[in-house]
Design a protein around this ligand. Structure first.
Ligand code: THU
Length: 134
């Protein structure tokens, strides 16, 4: 199995940029394109809570707005300040956004750079609703 440590480390770097004055829950995500580039993102909160955005969608938006649409894997790290051991699974909205661009066998790596597990998008979002349904 491929060693995703490098991608988890990129996600950990992005996590340091998290703007989280309200939840103090820092998340970093690193999206690997098929061409080998990494687009990283963090969560950016807002005083008007729903205006905040998750790390995963920051990363996807950065990549897509740079012309990227072909992705290999997404690494996600996160937790309360200093509590990096727990897994941070993507929220439902992020799973839906990932499904817009990625197939069911797309890899999602959860944990931290020392210990991680690899899931597929199909495992995290079964019976998804996509453009194919329209
Ligand atoms: N958050 C993410 O960035 N990604 C997730 O997958 C889960 C939640 C953020 C949103 C909010 O800034 C904070 O974590 C607490 O929910």
């Amino acid at each position: 199995m491929k060693d995703w440590k490098f991608l988890m480390e990129a996600a950990e770097g992005a996590r340091e940029m998290a703007y989280v004055p309200y939840s103090h829950f820092r998340v970093g995500a690193a999206l690997l394109t098929k061409s080998g580039k990494i687009y990283a993102g963090c969560n950016v909160e807002n005083a008007s809570y729903p205006a905040g955005i998750c790390a995963e969608r920051t990363a996807v938006s950065k990549a897509v707005s740079e012309g990227e649409r072909e992705f290999e894997a997404l690494a996600i790290v996160g937790g309360k300040e200093g509590d990096w051991a727990k897994f941070c699974a993507p929220c439902g909205i992020c799973r839906q956004v990932i499904a817009e661009f990625c197939p069911p066998d797309f890899k999602i790596v959860l944990g931290n750079s020392a210990k991680f597990e690899v899931y597929t998008l199909g495992q995290l979002l079964p019976l998804s609703f996509t453009g194919k349904n329209l």
